[in-house]
Design a protein around this ligand. Structure first.
Ligand SMILES: C[S@@+](CC[C@H](N)C(=O)[O-])C[C@H]1O[C@@H](n2cnc3c(N)ncnc32)[C@H](O)[C@@H]1O
Length: 281
């Protein structure tokens, strides 16, 4: 595990840590930056400016450079043509991973973000970073966007799926992608925050063998209603609302997964991890 560089730690996460105006403050910070001319068309410099805001102004719920490297290493290895992220926030992961995707020869990075204001911040910073050619920001709830993009044939296969949105929706959206055949042998899933705040239902699913998943599909309702989230997760992302789980999504339990946890750190230095799951067959 790469060591955490304390000198680059973000400010501590507050009780209210997003959607309080800080995302627009970030835009002003970047566009008022004395080095704006050098920041233009440089993904590295845009990321550095976002990190500077997180270190010196206010916490931002970005994947950060420590865990980000786990995913950029994966991108260099897998060389995805198409990558989809669920939850773009202010575009940190979008810029970091789309730049890595471009360097690896990839064609398209889809950033799905529910909040239209956050999506506007992503678009502005992606444009500043010079990545508009390969990034497409899609506003809306991830499940609706995935279904629409699939139905309109914009996406027919996902090489890497980065899950970093509403924690109770990870499993539902993975199963939706399976059902739409967006995930197939060769696809890789990278799920953030599997330690902080944690996501036991998602981890149990991707770590299960086919027999176990098939048996469980027979008890679909029990599986959905039996989802459990630890108190920290419930506090951070709302309670375990069964409405977030669409029992019509059956997934494809026949996909073979090989999954492992890669440990890392939040940008504040808090330990966390990314679950990397390869679809093998
Ligand atoms: C932890 S932040 C994402 C951070 C970002 N991936 C990064 O590392 O820079 C989670 C984001 O997911 C978005 N979100 C939550 N539920 C969503 C959903 N159902 N569909 C799309 N986006 C969602 C939130 O608005 C928020 O911007």
């Amino acid at each position: 595990m790469a060591q955490f560089n304390q000198a680059r730690a973000y400010m501590a996460q507050e009780d209210v840590f997003f959607d309080d105006g800080r995302e627009i403050e970030l835009l002003h910070f970047v566009y008022d930056h004395p080095d704006l001319d050098e920041i233009r068309a440089s993904p590295e410099r845009v990321l550095e400016a976002i990190d500077e805001f997180g270190r010196t102004k206010k916490y931002l719920m970005n994947v950060g450079e420590n865990k980000g490297k786990i995913v950029t290493d994966l991108i260099s290895e897998v060389k995805p043509g198409v990558m989809v992220e669920l939850g773009g926030y202010v575009g940190y992961s979008t810029i970091l991973f789309a730049d890595a995707l471009r360097k690896a020869g990839g064609q398209k990075y889809w950033s799905l973000e529910r909040n239209p204001e956050f999506a506007a911040v992503i678009s502005s910073l992606v444009e500043l970073a010079g990545l508009s050619g390969i990034v497409k920001v899609v506003v809306g709830s991830s499940d609706e966007s995935l279904q629409r993009l699939h139905a309109q044939r914009y996406i027919d296969k996902v090489d890497i799926l980065f899950l970093d949105h509403y924690k109770p929706a990870y499993l539902r959206d993975l199963m939706l992608c399976e059902q739409l055949r967006l995930i197939s042998p060769g696809s890789v899933l990278a799920a953030d925050n599997v330690i902080k705040p944690g996501n036991p239902p998602y981890l149990e699913y991707v770590q299960s063998d086919v027999d176990k998943k098939v048996a469980r599909q027979a008890q679909t309702q029990a599986l959905y209603t039996g989802l459990f989230f630890p108190p920290a997760c419930a506090k951070q992302y709302g309670d375990n609302n069964p409405d977030t789980i669409n029992s019509a999504v059956k997934g494809n339990p026949h996909l073979v997964y090989e999954s492992s946890l890669i440990r890392g750190f939040e940008p504040t230095g808090v330990p966390d991890g990314i679950e990397i799951t390869h679809c093998r067959g």
